[in-house]
Write a protein of this length. Structure first.
Length: 167
């Protein structure tokens, strides 16, 4: 599949056609990563997002005990690192290559170039990034709600068990 067709098929570039899509494509940098490679680590400064063309990556976050917990696995057509383009904060997660990967990157200077040259494309890409972040936040909210509901069910049973042991 051509890069143009691939980019048309993924949400981050949805709504881009013609010269606007061509302009975005001209800014993308290709990267190849071996299995086991770390693309970036939590806490690093970042100014680049990635679109996965091939392979799989794990998004890892440290638990309070320091152990890295896989949050989600991403595959072709999915993006990561986009928060670095929206906020100027250190990376919130570590990205580990699960299966040999090819990714395309877009950094903050690329976005600035897009803003200066093609304001329409700039707005569409940022709007799509915001939509993606919003979808991920909704999904995280749902997972947190499920986790809290499950922990509420465990707490009363644990309290009853302690009461039997002490009473």
């Amino acid at each position: 599949m051509s890069l143009t067709r691939f980019c048309r098929s993924i949400p981050i570039f949805g709504g881009l056609e013609g010269r606007s899509l061509d302009h975005v494509l001209s800014l993308l940098q290709e990267h190849n990563y071996a299995q086991g490679a770390t693309i970036f680590s939590k806490g690093e400064l970042g100014r680049t997002m990635y679109v996965l063309r091939e392979g799989e990556v794990d998004v890892l976050c440290p638990a309070s005990n320091g152990r890295m917990i896989p949050i989600v696995r991403l595959g072709p057509g999915e993006c990561f690192g986009e928060m670095a383009l929206v906020e100027l904060q250190p990376r919130s997660a570590t990205i580990l290559v699960r299966k040999k990967a090819k990714a395309f990157s877009l950094n903050n200077m690329d976005l600035y170039t897009l803003y200066r040259a093609d304001n329409y494309a700039y707005v569409i890409v940022l709007q799509n990034i915001c939509r993606m972040i919003s979808r991920r936040l909704r999904k995280a909210d749902s997972r947190i709600s499920d986790f809290l509901a499950a922990s509420e069910q465990v707490r009363p049973r644990a309290a009853k068990g302690r009461k039997r042991l002490t009473g």
